[in-house]
Design a protein around this ligand. Structure first.
Ligand SMILES: [Zn+2]
Length: 242
């Protein structure tokens, strides 16, 4: 059996048998990896506590016929502050679920790993509105998945904005000439907030000056955009306090 080393983020875990766990990981070199951690649910297991969702870990694994086997796990960052807080953990769960949806097996996924680490780091800074950090993360996730949202220039003809008609199938905003007849424009503040969420450092996202209704409307639009392009809604999204 070939032995390999990978750094990755624990996406989720499942019980297996009496004492084992299946761990789904997002790794840089091999994309999504499903691996067995033997004996980790026994009291006193040497690395059971290191394989919790959100943990960034350094692993040694054996290649198996079906599932790989984890033989060593060292914590790089536990992100336990995210796991232990209801709102942060709801946002973190939606982040890992989104990454899980976009990632492939046996495919390098540097951009996705870096994005997820950025998202979890931003949450661990206890932002005032964690749901806005999630929305900003999800807009970037859409870009990584190949559905970059057009939020300024018209998605169809490139006419510089601002535009207020948002069209899911077109991939963003449309100008008056390209928008289908009878389209309703959105509140310009919502589109402007989406533009701000899509830019810059996730750790500096601040929506303290935005009205709650504008924040919520932007969140709903981000969710619709992702659901449209990824095929189905993220289950964890409904648990996020807004
Ligand atoms: Zn246009």
């Amino acid at each position: 059996m070939a032995l390999y080393r990978e750094q990755g983020i624990v996406l989720r875990t499942y019980k297996l048998g009496e004492t084992d766990r299946i761990v789904n990981l997002l790794t840089q070199g091999r994309g999504k990896v499903r691996a067995v951690a033997k004996g980790v649910r026994r009291p006193g297991s040497k690395f059971g506590g290191r394989l919790e969702p959100f943990s960034h870990v350094d692993l040694q694994l054996y290649e198996g016929r079906n599932l790989d086997m984890i033989s060593q796990a060292e914590l790089i960052t536990p992100f336990d502050g995210v796991r232990d807080d209801f709102a942060l953990s709801a946002c973190g769960s939606a982040m890992v679920e989104g990454a899980d949806r976009v990632a492939q097996e046996d495919e390098r996924s540097n951009a996705l790993v870096l994005l997820l680490l950025d998202g979890l780091r931003a949450l661990s800074g206890h932002p005032q509105h964690p749901s806005s950090v999630l929305d900003a993360y999800l807009l970037r996730l859409a870009s990584v998945a190949g559905y970059h949202p057009y939020l300024e220039a018209c998605a169809s003809c490139g006419d510089p904005g601002p535009h207020t008609v948002f069209h899911l199938a077109a991939g963003g905003v449309l100008c008056g000439a390209c928008a289908p007849a009878g389209s309703h424009g959105l509140d310009p503040q919502v589109i402007a907030l989406m533009g701000r969420l899509a830019r810059g450092d996730l750790r500096r996202i601040s929506t303290v000056d935005d009205e709650p209704r504008v924040r919520r409307a932007a969140g709903t639009l981000v969710n619709s955009f992702l659901t449209y392009h990824l095929g189905k809604p993220l289950r964890a999204w409904d648990l996020v306090p807004r």
